[in-house]
Design a protein around this ligand. Sequence first.
Ligand code: URA
Length: 293
Amino acid sequence: MNAPADLTPEARAALLHALAWQIELGADECVGEAPSNRFEEAAPAPKAPPPEPRPGPRPAPVAASRTPAPAPPKAAPPSHDGAEAVTEARALAAAASDLVALKEAMAGFEGCELKQGARKLVFADGNPAARVMFIGEAPGRDEDREGKPFVGRSGQLLDRMLAAIGLDRRSEDPSTAAYIANVLPWRPAGDRDPTTAETLMLWTFLERHIELAAPEIIVALGRSPGAALCDRPIRITRERGRWISPPRVGGRPLIMTLHPAYLLRQPAEKAKVWRDLLMLRAALDGETPVIEE
Ligand code: URA
C-alpha cells in the first residue's frame, strides 16, 4: 500500500511507528482492503431494531417457520464464564475417543479467548504412534499460519536435534518417529504470556491428548511445558536432564530439556541438550530410565 504523497515527514514517521507497534502486538496480517473503525462500528446505529437477548454459549438452532420468535426468557442466559468453560472443556475432552475426535472437539471449543486472536488451531504434528511425544509451549507466528507446531526457526532446530538421535517427525515407523504438540493449541496474540486461567482451562485437552496418543516417553521442551506437566513451578536449568514421572503424565518417564528457541539465543547450551538427547536415545534403546521423582 502506498502512503499519500502529501504526508509530512513527521506524519509518515508517526504512522510507521504505529505500524511497528501493531506488529509488536501481533497484528501482523492485513485482513481487509480498507481500514475499518471498530469504535464507530460499535456505536449504536440510530435505526437499529431493539437488541436481541444475549446469546448463550451455544447458538439455538435456527427456526424453520416464519412465526415470530417467542418472548425472551425472564432471566438472561448465564454468561460463558471461566468455570463454565472449564467444565465444558473437560466434558469435550473426556468424550473424545480418539485423536481425530479430540482435534474436532478443540476446534469447536469457544470458551478460551486465545482462540479469538489466533488464525489456526495448532493440534499436533508427526506420527501419533511414535514412542516419544515432545511437548512445547505455544504456537508462534509461523505455527499459527500453518496450523502445525514447531515449523519456524526453532522447529527447524528441533528437527535437527531429532535427526541427531535418529528420530524424524515424518517417519511412519513408530520406532523412528516423533509426535509433537504444545501446551497451548492457539497462539497467544502478540506472543503474550497466557494467563493461568487459560493454561488451566486448556490443560484438560493436553491431558487427554497424552492419554490418547499414549507415548512411552514424554520430553518437555522448556520451562513452561515442564511446569504444566509437573503441575508446579520448575527451574529448567536445574531440573532438566533427569528422568521423572509426575502424576500428570500417567506413570510415563518424562525428561525436561531446554527449549530450541532458547538454544537459538544461547548456542553454547546445546551441549546440555545433547546430553539430554543421549539419555532419551538410551531409553529408546532399552535402558531403563532411573526415575528420580
Ligand atoms: N515454540 C513452541 O513452544 N512451540 C511451537 O510450536 C513453536 C515454537
